[in-house]
Design a protein around this ligand. Structure first.
Ligand SMILES: [Zn+2]
Length: 343
């Protein structure tokens, strides 16, 4: 049964402005706000972040912190201060050897940076949880992806990853993706999130961790191989509480959405977690808004615990705003109220 309804939010500057927006969220049936905290917010607006979390709590909203686009390792349009300040510790292409604009999350440099970002916010802002938002290696995406095409190149072939691979397997890291490379990438990808989640729970025992991975087919023939496509490995991580899969475009077939939803719930149940599905509340909108009602109903029928949408006001005023952003936001709000049985 759907008991929580989330919306993401970027406006982390002034408490009194956030307060007005939180009230609007409440009127749209939102129970939980996902604060997209950028590296710049952390560096510059830090004094106001705890006050904004307090204000959300005062109004009866749960709060999850999303380290949005951090290191460009997570999904999101924000720019990365880590990449600005570090010319090394970047993901490296296996085929060309080029350094890429993505932090290598297997380096101690980024692992320390990320852990400090999250544990500081856990201590100072006291959120109800953290949201791991589409973590990924830069490449590949593969033809199963909703976000990209075929790719042969892959990451990460940086000196840290190569040394760790060789220390573990006893031979140099290959330049093509073998089964050992796949296993290595899956295992290492979980280290940074597991260690940080564990550290957060040591500070705040009840802090809830959601891991949201790309909604991919992961079938026999095709997979994304971006590090978190092995859902059993992600689902079995003892420090995660909610297994979540990301947005699919409204233009995709309903059967695809239903299949992703079924598999998401199945993995969550198998490992004793809550399940979450996302709706596209920005950029694109369905041709017929009644599709939102149907997809919310599918989530409820399949046993999803939480639904979420990106983002507040349909992305109104941004380059990724939906064509009828405010109408989309209202339609999502009506569905949130409906599914919660709100009057
Ligand atoms: Zn690396």
């Amino acid at each position: 049964m759907i008991t929580q309804t989330s919306i993401s939010y970027y406006g982390l500057n002034y408490v009194e402005h956030a307060e007005a927006d939180f009230k609007e969220m409440k009127s749209h049936g939102v129970t939980q706000v996902i604060l997209a905290v950028t590296e710049f917010d952390f560096d510059f607006w830090r004094p106001n972040i705890p006050a904004i979390v307090d204000k959300a709590h005062e109004l009866g909203l749960r709060v999850l912190i999303d380290p949005w686009g951090n290191g460009k390792y997570f999904g999101g349009e924000q720019v990365s201060k880590f990449l600005q300040d570090n010319v090394e510790n970047r993901q490296v292409s296996a085929l060309t050897g080029e350094k890429l604009p993505y932090a290598c999350f297997n380096t101690n440099s980024y692992r320390d940076y990320f852990k400090n970002f999250c544990t500081t916010l856990a201590r100072e802002a006291k959120p109800d949880g953290f949201f791991w938002d589409e973590p990924h290696y830069a490449f590949p995406k593969g033809i199963a992806s909703i976000t990209g095409g075929v790719a042969d190149d892959w990451t990460c072939y940086c000196p840290v990853c190569r040394k760790r691979f060789e220390d573990y397997y006893g031979y140099p890291m290959p330049k093509y993706m073998t089964n050992d490379v796949k296993q290595f990438r899956w295992r290492e990808a979980l280290v940074v999130l597991s260690e940080t989640s564990k550290a957060i729970k040591e500070i705040r025992k009840d802090c809830e961790i959601t891991c949201c991975v790309h909604a991919t087919q992961n079938g026999y023939y095709v997979s994304e191989y971006r590090g978190y496509d092995n859902w059993d490995l992600v689902g079995s991580c003892p420090y995660f509480d909610v297994f979540s899969t990301t947005i699919v475009n409204w233009a995709l077939p309903e059967d695809f959405y239903r299949e992703i939803t079924k598999r998401t719930v199945a993995i969550a149940k198998k490992y004793g977690k809550l399940s979450e599905r996302w709706l596209m509340g920005y950029y694109k909108q369905p041709k017929d808004f009644a599709q939102i009602d149907r997809w919310v109903d599918i989530a409820a029928e399949e046993g999803v615990d939480r639904i979420a949408a990106w983002t507040y006001r349909g992305g109104y005023g941004t380059v990724v705003g939906a064509p009828d952003a405010l109408k989309l936001w209202d339609a999502i709000g009506e569905n949130y109220r409906r599914v919660l049985g709100a009057k």
